[in-house]
Design a protein around this ligand. Sequence first.
Ligand code: ATP
Length: 389
Amino acid sequence: MTQTASDQKSGPASGAPVDGPSPVADRPGSQLRELRLEGVTRAYGAHTALQPLDLTLRGGEFVALLGPSGCGKTTALNCLAGLLPLTGGQITLDGQRIDTLPPEKRGFGMVFQNYALFPHLSVRANVAFGLKMRKVGKAETERRVDEVLRLVRLGEHARKHPGQLSGGQQQRVAIARAIVLEPPLVLMDEPLSNLDAALRLEMRTEIRRIHQQFGLTTLYVTHDQEEALSLADRLVVLHEGRVSQIGTPADLYEHPADPHVAAFMGYRNLFHLEVASADGDGVLARGRGMAMQGTPVADRRLVEGDRVVVAIRPEDVHLAQDGGRADVEAVAEIVEYHGRQFHVEALTREGDRIHFTTAASVRPHDTVSLTIPAERAMVFLQDPREAAA
Ligand code: ATP
């Protein structure tokens, strides 16, 4: 299902005209009101990596492009940056067409996972480089570089070379270098993926803080849903080159539009079942040795015989009471201790894996009877393209 972002204008609209030879002036950050992608498409030969993408970014917004490897995230980002020509559609910045401009005329800030710093230049010189290229005066350059180095907390490392910095510090230099130009748009492609887990968390907070202070419109590519949820104002979830859903983190978390979005939002259990009976609010789905009540999430009313995907979060699967109703029987295989709770991966007789959390002590090889509250089991109509596959 392709969705279009709501096109309401909001955010800081300064109203100042954009001047200069391209639509992108030297300090146009606060001038961006709207970046609009309409039917943006990219094919490699016969393979369409990006199906027509409609998306409007509003000034100051932080949007994450989220999806598994190969879903077309980098392709979309490179189309925006001007590194890849579109095979269809158009991109406009405040009403002016930019997809025909080369990357340097778009003037977007770019941050990549490999930092791409100049190793022979100091931190200060790396950050000042773009301003020098734009022939910004010395005093103005000093002032802006100082301000940005302070913002990314690298003031005391200004004289060092990249090789003398940690990975997180190098990434902060890369961010500083991108934002010092106050570009209309900052593009970030998996900027944290080369960092270890602790540093990723720290840098995530740092990126959010920098965005709050500087307010630059940002498009951030990641396959990490936690990163996307914690950073972005809105998320665009891609699956095989198509938009599955566009929405706020809360929209996607509470109302995933399809099983792929659900999987990204923590619905680790996805079961392919068939509707045995359905009334207005509820569905009984059966198959693969399971029978469970669920809540339909579909564009049309589900009927008996429909093939469905039932999505459930591990924390919504419970051990059945003695003698109580059980929806699924399984044998515990892997039990992980996570402080207050155990995370259990169990196997049903039909070979499906089911993940659940429990405070009870479950041991590997224990047989467990599990129940799932009907309001916590989301029942999606299976995509006919996937049913045929
Ligand atoms: P990852 O997270 O692994 O970087 P991604 O979501 O960014 O993946 P893309 O790199 O945009 O995905 O690739 C989308 C699809 O286009 C993939 O199927 C990929 O194999 C294909 N593709 C990418 N670049 C090319 C190319 N130069 N020529 C042919 N096919 C390509």
